[in-house]
Design a binder for this molecule. Structure first.
Ligand SMILES: Cc1cc2nc3c(=O)[nH]c(=O)nc-3n(C[C@H](O)[C@H](O)[C@H](O)COP(=O)(O)OP(=O)(O)OC[C@H]3O[C@@H](n4cnc5c(N)ncnc54)[C@H](O)[C@@H]3O)c2cc1C
Length: 397
């Protein structure tokens, strides 16, 4: 695919997404306060055909362009983080499905383009960073599998009609121990046991699932038996940049809020903008946002141009760098706004709470740095050369 095609698709996605994102802004505070996703936002996303555009196939007929998905997620996160996480989580499931060529996976992808919502269920009480600690088990029967276990902290519980769920099909701690399945949310034996009350991302429902002997036909297995870990890792290579995109949007929102507070000060409480300390904080946020965005889209565009998965360390770099920038931007913006940030009516306190979670989920930033550190022996050449060259040369997970 040519660079011109990717850049044209990206420019068009940016302008469409920014126009729709403006309509989200009024819902962000209410969803945070009410701790629930607003049905009106789901209606808005359907009316504007966001799902069709987000999961569209690229001009080359392959998977959706990662840079285009990042543009949608970034624009939405700049107005409402919970909505951005909803579309990011759908992107994650779509990538897992697209990695399997089965007719069931194609059917589910078509349903997603029509707005069907899914959850991606990997984490368990004893399997967070260490996914091979997973206890949920899928026992083979003649017609399919019987799945029992527990999942924790799953995004979209209660909203999703289906879950893409990982379970153990072999007891040993080996690479082919896991398999992936699609399970209907109303399957007998599957229940939501808890909806978490969270510090941030409060409009995005997160909760626990219990599976008590849930029957799943063989046709609903995604990929081959034992391919679960591979599907999960390949999905993370595409989904972690999407968390990077949420983070760039949140950092942008923090900058915007800080600038507005300084612009709108009244004379009695003038904030001395010309003071070096104030200017330096704004300069730091602005530079961080520009750097995070440049890294994110360089990585996404390379994956689109080459139609390959980003190497694991690229995805880890995008996720950890951009989410650290979001947290730092939120922190600096709150320092600048001072008492205006801590008020319940200030968007900054929500942005600050949302930003912290970006460093934690989809693999903590410590886990991302492990992935980068594993590549250190191969990274010396990358550091010596221009990043552009290193992107063209590529590399692998
Ligand atoms: C809002 C939210 C939404 C989520 N949505 C989903 C979802 O949709 N689907 C899903 O499957 N999961 C989801 N999760 C779970 C999320 O991905 C995990 O919380 C995350 O991967 C971290 O796992 P953990 O919380 O078990 O931390 P732990 O693994 O218990 O880690 C605890 C601490 O130890 C550190 N640590 C652990 N191992 C290492 C190591 N090897 N090296 C260095 N440091 C280490 C971690 O960095 C962390 O600081 C969600 C979580 C949140 C908060």
């Amino acid at each position: 695919m040519s660079r011109e095609t990717v850049l044209r698709a990206l420019a068009s996605a940016r302008s469409d997404a920014e126009a729709i994102a403006v309509e989200l802004a009024p819902h962000a505070e209410r969803m945070d306060e009410q701790e629930r996703f607003a049905p009106e936002v789901l209606e808005l996303l359907a009316r504007r055909d966001v799902w069709g555009r987000l999961h569209h196939r690229s001009a080359a007929g392959l998977r959706p362009l990662l840079s285009v998905q990042c543009a949608w997620v970034e624009a939405f996160a700049a107005r409402c983080t919970s909505t951005a996480v909803l579309i990011q989580s759908q992107g994650t499931v779509a990538h897992s499905l697209a990695l399997s060529s089965s007719s069931q996976a194609r059917r589910h992808l078509a349903e997603m383009r029509e707005g069907a919502l899914f959850g991606w269920a990997l984490t368990e009480p004893e399997a967070g960073s260490d996914v091979l600690g997973m206890h949920t088990t899928a026992h083979r029967t003649r017609q399919g599998y019987v799945i029992s276990g527990e999942k924790r902290f799953i995004t979209n519980v209660g909203l999703a009609g289906h879950y893409l769920l990982f379970a153990r099909t072999r007891p040993e701690r080996v690479n082919d121990a896991l398999s992936a399945f699609v399970i209907a949310a109303d399957a007998p034996g599957l229940s939501v046991t808890r909806v978490e009350r969270k510090m941030g991302l409060r409009g995005s429902p997160t909760g626990d699932l219990s599976l008590a002997e849930v029957f799943v036909p063989s046709a609903d297995r995604v990929g081959k038996e034992g391919q679960g870990l591979e599907i999960m890792l390949n999905t993370l290579r595409l989904s972690r940049p999407l968390i990077g995109a949420v983070s760039v949007g949140v950092a942008r929102a923090a900058y915007q809020q800080a600038r507005d507070v300084l612009a709108n000060h009244d004379e009695a409480r003038a904030i001395p903008r010309e003071q070096q300390g104030v200017g330096h904080l704004l300069a730091r946020i602005a530079t961080d946002v520009i750097a995070a965005r440049a890294l994110l889209y360089a990585i996404a565009e390379r994956a689109d141009l080459t139609q390959t998965l980003p190497p694991m360390w690229h995805s880890a770099a995008a996720k950890s760098f951009c989410s650290d920038v979001a947290m730092r931007a939120a922190d600096h913006a709150c320092s600048l706004a001072a008492d205006r940030a801590v008020s319940q009516s200030s968007p900054l306190q929500r942005i600050f709470r949302d930003a912290k979670i970006l460093q934690i989920f989809e693999g903590t930033n410590e886990i991302q740095r492990n992935a980068i550190a594993r590549e250190l022996p191969n990274l010396a050449a990358e550091i010596e050369s221009a990043f552009e060259l290193s992107l063209e040369r590529g590399g692998d997970a």
